[in-house]
Design a protein around this ligand. Structure first.
Ligand code: NOJ
Length: 684
């Protein structure tokens, strides 16, 4: 089976022309788990391969580029330099799924040069961890290669074993938000990353990238059997990337683990491959929960545009602020507050004015009212994909928010694939992809401009997450997959397995503003439905990580259900530790997380359309401590379709020596808060 993967002929010591053949260079992970070899084909094209405990995982796979006006930069190359180092360090996150992250790898840096012609150089750097590999290219400063125009990146991933793939098709309308496909790898066409694979032997692999800075997003195109090749998002100019040397590409990442939970854990590698925090003191960055003038618009009760059903009125905003203050929410999002939404807003990006409120919304008064109640108004910048128009008003729009005390902004890029508007210096409009180089630059412009004003960003219809939150910790969250809102729109709604798929696909990349917490599960429109039980909605606050979590439902629905709502009030959004207790892609998953600001733990378990019994040892709790487990579970008759609201809420005292048997209904879940008891109380 690996034969096809190793079909590229490699150099051998006995070349007929008598040339000394380049020898493969090898680097192994610190625990001798993974090994990477850099080798060469007969025509001296660099290739790499990856093995795990000696077994091939990624077979011979090409490296290199096709350059505009420069032909291929991958032929007739020799090694002109080699450097190695080992790193083992632990760094602290300002916020995240765990407080401390270990960064432990062996690195091989190889300088390649063409043997003839301009003798252009290219550096390849491999970092090999026990649970994954990152590699990137560096274009060094060199006279023969200044203006680098990349027509194609030739990087391949030749997957050795037949595999099942979980993937999102790329280059389609509603890009990134299509339902996740599960097919044999041999049926993948062009996929977004992370692309998750499970091999026939049970190995779990995820292909993605880290530190996507000033470069085009990498999609993966299947070329043959199990071969995937980088397919960089195009620019409107035809090329994929244009840069001046010296520069580095994003890291290409291959996470490799023997189980779904271990695959999730291996995502630390994405953060490790990003640069450390560039913003300095980020104590102004505040994770937290929010509610919003939002779901009512998606239900079509209210409108973004002005008129009798306008949602963003001063009165509605104040009502939401009162509710947030009463129930301990940090923020209130208000969408539809600015001029531009009237009429067919999705066609009117150029008329969006992000410095002017509608007549029925007094921005200053609402923000001041929020402040007086200890709540912050969360700003909203919908761009409708008119990105140059947005950039023209970006500074003023952020200044306005800053002036009224708004410290968090949700951005939006509602536009079809390849419909982002870029206006050039001559005023001509070009259409770009959400994941092209132009948008990679744009998002960092927004994030850095926001950081200068101590504002955090939550991007919807974003570029994919590649771990840049490490470098820019004010990039708190984003969408970038199919969220809750699809359940209000239909065509189609999310299936019960969606979230258990998300955990091992989209969530490998980073936080997702999914917007859970819907209590009325059958919105009014025909065909719309949240295919979940109420207990599963609670569990999602633990399972789907985001430092910003929305309680997405109407406040009336929370007021009517105070007991389950208590869990949403209690659950934090910033964690000291995260443990994926069990899980299979698309079937079920249990995640336990320790609060960053107390000794309490929280657990969420969710399942697909199958009911399940899950045995959960509580070994993650601190030994010797007693905890009061507040359990929100599916009621005995619960079923996402027939009895979604059946919930049982109970308490019991537990320790780390206990094992809980969790019963999850079809489409259901369990949410648990483990309250750490004072020593004297636990002895009772
Ligand atoms: C799509 C976003 O995902 C959603 O949250 C927002 O309400 C609408 N766009 C309008 O901006």
């Amino acid at each position: 089976m690996a034969a096809a993967a190793f079909a590229v002929a490699v150099a051998s010591p006995a070349r007929a022309d008598g040339d000394a053949a380049p020898k493969p260079l090898r680097v192994v992970s610190p625990g001798q788990v993974l090994a990477v070899e850099l080798d060469f084909t007969w025509f001296r094209q660099p290739i790499y391969r990856v093995s795990r405990f000696g077994e091939p995982v990624i077979g011979n796979s090409w490296l290199g580029f096709t350059l505009k006006d420069g032909g291929r930069l991958d032929r007739d190359m020799v090694v002109v330099g080699e450097a190695r180092r080992s790193v083992d360090q632990t760094w602290e996150q300002p916020w995240g799924e765990r407080r401390f992250v270990r960064d432990h790898y062996n690195e091989l840096r190889v300088r390649l040069a063409e043997r003839s012609g301009a003798k252009r150089q290219l550096v390849v750097v491999f970092r090999v961890f026990d649970d994954g590999v990152g590699f990137r290219y560096e274009f060094p400063d060199q006279p023969a290669l200044k203006d680098v125009i990349i027509d194609d990146e030739l990087t391949e991933f030749s997957v050795a074993a037949p595999s099942t793939a979980w993937w999102i098709p790329a280059g389609q309308p509603t890009d990134l938000e299509l339902p996740i496909h599960q097919t044999p790898l041999g049926e993948v066409s062009v996929a977004h990353t992370p692309l998750t694979l499970r091999t026939r032997n049970g190995l779990h692999i995820a292909l993605h990238e880290a530190a996507l800075v000033d470069y085009a997003g990498m999609r993966l195109r299947r070329t043959d059997e199990q071969h995937l090749v980088a397919d960089l998002a195009p620019s409107s100019e035809g090329w994929r990337v244009r840069r001046s040397a010296p520069f580095v590409t994003p890291w290409r990442t291959i996470q490799i683990a023997d189980s779904a939970p271990a695959l999730y854990r291996s995502s630390d590698l994405i953060l490790n491959l990003n640069e450390p925090n560039r913003l300095g003191d980020v104590s102004w960055v505040k994770p937290g929960k929010f509610i919003g003038v939002w779901w009512e618009m998606h239900l079509d009760h209210w409108t973004w545009g002005t008129g009798p059903r306008h949602g963003a009125t001063t009165a509605n905003a104040k009502r939401y602020i009162d509710f947030a203050a009463k129930n301990g929410f940090r923020g209130v999002l208000v969408e539809g507050w600015n001029v531009g939404w009237d009429g067919d807003w999705q066609a009117n990006g150029d008329s969006f004015d992000l410095t002017r409120a509608t007549p029925d919304f007094d921005l200053k008064a609402v923000a001041g009212y929020a402040r007086s109640k200890g709540v912050t108004l969360i700003g909203h910048h919908e761009t409708v994909g008119a990105v140059s128009h947005y950039e023209d008003q970006l500074a003023a729009a952020l200044d306005l928010y800053r002036s009224v005390g708004v410290d968090s902004v949700k951005t939006g890029y509602v536009a079809d694939a390849n419909q982002i508007e870029r206006r050039d210096a001559a005023g001509v409009v070009h259409h770009e992809w959400h994941d092209g180089q132009f948008m990679a630059r744009h998002h960092l412009k927004v994030v850095t401009e926001a950081a200068r004003r101590h504002i955090t960003i939550d991007s919807h219809e974003p570029i994919k997450d590649t771990g840049l939150r490490r470098t820019y910790p004010n990039w708190l969250s984003r969408e970038g997959a199919r969220g809750m809102e699809w359940n209000a729109w239909g065509h189609p709604v999310n299936d019960p397995d969606h979230e258990a798929e998300l955990v091992f696909t989209r969530m490998l990349a980073g936080p997702f503003d999914f917007t859970p917490g819907i209590f009325v599960l059958d919105p009014t429109q025909p065909g719309c439905r949240v295919k979940s039980t109420l207990a599963k909605q609670l569990a999602l606050y633990v399972v789907l990580y985001s430092p910003l979590q929305m309680a997405a439902d109407r406040i009336e629905n929370y007021e009517a259900n105070p007991r389950p709502f208590q869990f949403i009030k209690d659950v934090p959004t910033d964690w000291a530790e995260t443990v994926v207790v069990n899980g299979e892609i698309g079937d079920y998953v249990t995640i336990a997380r320790k609060d960053r600001r107390s000794d309490n733990w929280y657990l969420g378990a969710i399942t697909d359309e199958e009911g399940r019994l899950l045995s959960v040892p509580l070994g993650f709790l601190t030994p010797g401590r007693h905890y009061r487990a507040q359990i929100y579970r599916d009621g005995d008759a619960a079923h996402w379709k027939t009895a979604p609201l059946e919930i049982a809420i109970e308490e019991k005292e537990v320790t780390s020596a206990d094992t809980l048997t969790l019963r999850l209904a079809a489409g259901g879940g369990v949410a648990i808060r483990f309250v750490s008891l004072p020593t004297h109380a636990s002895q009772r």
